[in-house]
Design a protein around this ligand. Sequence first.
Ligand SMILES: Nc1ncnc2c1ncn2[C@@H]1O[C@H](COP(=O)(O)OP(=O)(O)OP(=O)(O)O)[C@@H](O)[C@H]1O
Length: 278
Amino acid sequence: MILDIKNLSKVFGSFCEDCLDKTGAKYNSSICPTCKSVVGVNSVTLALKQGEVLGIVGESGSGKSTLLQLIYQDQKASRGEIFVKEFVGRDGKRKNILDANLNELSYLRNQLMSMIYQNPRLGLNYNFSAGGNIAQKVIMSGNKKYEEIRNKALYFLDKTEIPTSRIDDYPEYFSGGQQQRIQISKALSSNPKILLLDEPTTGLDLSVQAKILDLIKELQHEIGFAMVVVSHDLGVIKHLTDITVVMKNGEIVERGLTDQILEDPQHPYTQLLVSSVL
Ligand SMILES: Nc1ncnc2c1ncn2[C@@H]1O[C@H](COP(=O)(O)OP(=O)(O)OP(=O)(O)O)[C@@H](O)[C@H]1O
């Protein structure tokens, strides 16, 4: 497995003994009845194979983004384990990334994983040029050779259909769709094993959305990284993913092959979701 998540939970606020037991889909609530903390993610277990693409769907507030942020360590989990292939401790055994020290965290975030945010402002540094942004990621992943870094920037800009003549332009001078492409270039330039995407095309107009989705799909096929895609848009999930999990109140209520889930949903909540009632 490239990614192996066991019993992962995130509670915002104090963590009492009822937080996980008395919230979730069964209770139709993410708020602990005892201490009133919000349970963002409740006891999630899932695994991803090399090259596999996982979709996470669910209504607003169901915990999709929080789950992704826990994987990328943008947020600290309250409880649970996350294992990433190639991330091992001194004893050579796989190590829970929740126990990573600062150096290890930087290795995880700069080499093993990359995140693409809905808002390119979160993934790009607007004080650096397009090429500078890519260079920053490449340098953080350990490559310090100027010529190689510049070539890598040119390669990925070309791949994502940004004119390479604009390598020295700053992000704010690009359109929203182009900024998203630069974010994709930056994320892929460190050659990550796992790419995390949080609503990568929400907010872009439809024709731009379709092009970006095609681009992501093409790059995934070509490079073969594993991918976790969060989206409320079932069209995006259908287009990109092999397997899907459905979240409600912080829990996974259904999982399976994406086609099966979309064509023959079993859980009443998924049935509502697929029939677009939610
Ligand atoms: N920093 C925080 N403090 C308190 N509660 C939070 C915080 N971040 C998220 N939450 C809560 O955790 C729950 C899950 O939020 P999350 O953003 O993961 O949902 P989501 O499924 O991604 O929603 P959306 O589709 O609207 O982005 C929600 O109830 C949310 O209000």
